[in-house]
Design a protein around this ligand. Structure first.
Ligand code: NAD
Length: 485
C-alpha cells in the first residue's frame, strides 16, 4: 500500500453553475451539490431541472435550423480542441474535484477529449456520399444512384455516466456538431460540471447556442422526459444495464445507441511473460480507479502460470500509489463516493467468506478504496458475476483454452477483452469465439483510438457503436437519389 495524505483543494471554479439552454444560462431555485469525494467539500451547485425545462430545451432545439458549413463546423471543433489543450491543467483539476479521479487520470482524460474534438473536426470535412452506376445487371438502366448524409430531422437526446465526466460527454457532443445536429445533453448528476465547461468552451468557439443544451437534474424526475420527448429522434445513452434496458423499453420508435456495462476479462495464457501480463492487469484494473466500462474485471490465468503471475501482480499492486487525488504523483484517487467503496468492500468480504483468498487491499477510507487482489475466485461469486466498478483484481485459474472461453462467454456482458499470449492459433480462436465487441492482444481491454468503432454485444450494448466515425453515421440519415445522367 502507498497512501498519501490529504491536502486542502483550492476551489477555483464558480460554486454556482448554471444549465445552458439554447446558449442561455438558466439558474434554478433547487440545486444539486457537487462535492469533492476526497474531502466532502463543496465544489459547485447545479440547478435541478423540471420536466418543463426539458421540454423547453427540446422545443428550442427543434425550432432551430443549423446552417453551419462543413468549414465552420471544422473550425469550431478544431478551435475547441486547441483551447481545451491550452486549458488542460484547469480542466483536469475540475474533473478531479468533481469525481475524485487522480490528476494523472484527469490529465489523460482531457487529452483524450482533445483527440475526440480533433477527429470530429476532421470528420466534419468528409463527405462519404457514394455513387452507383445502374447498368450493373440486365435489369439496369442508364442512370446513377447517389447517397448523401443529412442531420436528423429531430433532436439528439444524450445521457452520460459519471466515470469519464468529460470524455463520455464529448463523444456525443462533438460528432453531433460535426454532423450539424442539435443535441440536448443530460450529464450524470454526480459529475455535471465538466459538461457545462465543455458547453461554454464550444460556445466560445462559435457554436450557436440552440445546437447544444445541457440539462442538469435528478434522473428520477427528468429521465423519462429525456427519452420519450416527441422531438427526440435518437437517444444516445452510456451507463449501466438497468437504466439502459429501461430506456430501451421507453424510447419507442426512436433510434437508440446504448453503451452499457462490462465485465471484461484479461486472459493470461501459459506462454505469457508474467510480469508483462501483470502490468497490464494492474493498469486495466486500477486506472480511473477501476471505473471504466472496459476495466479488467476478471483475470483468467492458466493454472501453469497462476502462481508467477499472481506474485508479479502483487508486486505491481504494492507500488500503485493511491490517495490524495490532487497529488500529481498519485496513481489512483477515490472512487465516486463512499457508497460505491463500501459496496466493493462488501463484495470482496462475501467472496472471501465463500472461499476466495484476499492477498492485498480491501481497505477503505471514506470514498478511497485500495487496489485489491484476490485469488481462488469462482465465476459464480457476486464479485465477478456482477460488474464490480472499482479497483479490484480477482484472479480465476483455468485449465485450458476451452475453459477460458466458457468462462468469458458465461457472462451476461460482452464488451471487450484482453489476451496475453504470442500464439497466433490461440489468438485467432479467441478472436472468433469470444462473445465480445473487442479483443485486444497484449493490451488492456479499454485500448482504442477515439476514432475507431467501439461498443459491446449482449448486455453491454445495442445499436450503433461509438467512436467518432460510427457516431457520425448513427447521427445522420442516409438519403439516396437517382439521376438519369
Ligand atoms: P447509471 O446508469 O447509473 O447512470 C448513467 C446516466 O443515466 C446518468 O446520467 C444518470 O443520471 C442517468 N439515469 C439514471 N436513471 C435514469 C432514468 N431512469 N432515465 C434516464 N436516465 C437515467 O450509470 P453510472 O453509474 O453513471 O455509470 C456507470 C455505468 O456506466 C457502468 O455500468 C459502466 O460500465 C457504464 N459505462 C459504459 C460505457 C460504454 O461505453 N459501454 C462507458 C462508460 C460507462
Amino acid at each position: 500500500m502507498n497512501s498519501h495524505d490529504s491536502r486542502t483543494p483550492v476551489i477555483d471554479i464558480p460554486v454556482r453553475e448554471a444549465m445552458r439552454v439554447a446558449g442561455d444560462r438558466v439558474y434554478g431555485d433547487r440545486v444539486i451539490e457537487v462535492r469533492y469525494p476526497w474531502t466532502g467539500e463543496l465544489v459547485g451547485t447545479v440547478p435541478i431541472a423540471t420536466r418543463a425545462d426539458v421540454d423547453h430545451a427540446f422545443q428550442t432545439a427543434r425550432q432551430y435550423r443549423p446552417t453551419l458549413t462543413r468549414h465552420q463546423r471544422h473550425r469550431i471543433l478544431s478551435d475547441a480542441a486547441r483551447l481545451l489543450g491550452e486549458r488542460r491543467p484547469q480542466a483536469a483539476r475540475l474533473i478531479t474535484l468533481e469525481s475524485g479521479l487522480c490528476l494523472k487520470d484527469s490529465l489523460y482524460e482531457v487529452g483524450r477529449a482533445c483527440d475526440v474534438l480533433m477527429f470530429s473536426a476532421q470528420q466534419a470535412l468528409i463527405d462519404d456520399g457514394q455513387s452507383f452506376s445502374c447498368d450493373l445487371t440486365e435489369h439496369g438502366r442508364q442512370r446513377r444512384v447517389h447517397t448523401l448524409r443529412e442531420p436528423l430531422l429531430g433532436v439528439i437526446s444524450a445521457i452520460t455516466p459519471f466515470n469519464h465526466p468529460l470524455n463520455q460527454v464529448v463523444h456525443k457532443v462533438a460528432p453531433a456538431v460535426a454532423t450539424n445536429n442539435r443535441i440536448v445533453l443530460k450529464p450524470s448528476e454526480k459529475t455535471p460540471l465538466s459538461a457545462l465547461m465543455l458547453a461554454d468552451l464550444l460556445q466560445e468557439c462559435g457554436l450557436p447556442g440552440p445546437m447544444l443544451s445541457v440539462i442538469t437534474g435528478d434522473p428520477a424526475e427528468i429521465g423519462d422526459a429525456m427519452v420519450t420527448h416527441p422531438h427526440a429522434d435518437l437517444v444516445s445513452f452510456t451507463g449501466g444495464v438497468a437504466v439502459g434496458k429501461r430506456i430501451a423499453a421507453l424510447a419507442v420508435y426512436k433510434r437508440q445507441v446504448l453503451e452499457l456495462g462490462g465485465n471484461d476479462p484479461l486472459i493470461v495464457m501459459d506462454d505469457a511473460d508474467p510480469r508483462r501480463a501483470a502490468e497490464l492487469a494492474a493498469s486495466g484494473s486500477y486506472r480511473n480507479s477501476g471505473q471504466r466500462c472496459t476495466a479488467v474485471k476478471r483475470i483468467l490465468v492458466h493454472e501453469r502460470v497462476a502462481r508467477d503471475f499472481t506474485e508479479a501482480l502483487l508486486a505491481v499492486t504494492r507500488d500503485w500509489a493511491w490517495g490524495d487525488p490532487l497529488d500529481a504523483s498519485v496513481d489512483m484517487g477515490t472512487v465516486i463516493d463512499e457508497r460505491a467503496a463500501s459496496l466493493f468492500q462488501r463484495r470482496v468480504d462475501a467472496a472471501v467468506a465463500d472461499g476466495a483468498r484476499l492477498l492485498l487491499g480491501n481497505m477503505r477510507r471514506g470514498a478511497s478504496y485500495s487496489p485489491t487482489v484476490l485469488d481462488g475466485v469462482r465465476a459464480d461469486m457476486e464479485l465477478v458475476r456482477e460488474e464490480t466498478f472499482g479497483p479490484v483484481s480477482p484472479v480465476i485459474a483455468f485449465r485450458d483454452l476451452d475453459e477460458a472461453i466458457r468462462l468469458v462467454n458465461g457472462s451476461a456482458y460482452g464488451l471487450s477483452s484482453a489476451v496475453c499470449t504470442n500464439r497466433l492459433d490461440d489468438v485467432m480462436r479467441l478472436v472468433r469465439e469470444l462473445e465480445v465487441g473487442t479483443v485486444n492482444v497484449w493490451e488492456v481491454p479499454g485500448y482504442r483510438l477515439e476514432m475507431t468503432p467501439f461498443g459491446g454485444i449482449k448486455d453491454s450494448g445495442l445499436g450503433y457503436k461509438e467512436g467518432v466515425q460510427e457516431a457520425c453515421r448513427s447521427f445522420t440519415n442516409l438519403k439516396t437519389y437517382s439521376l438519369p445522367w
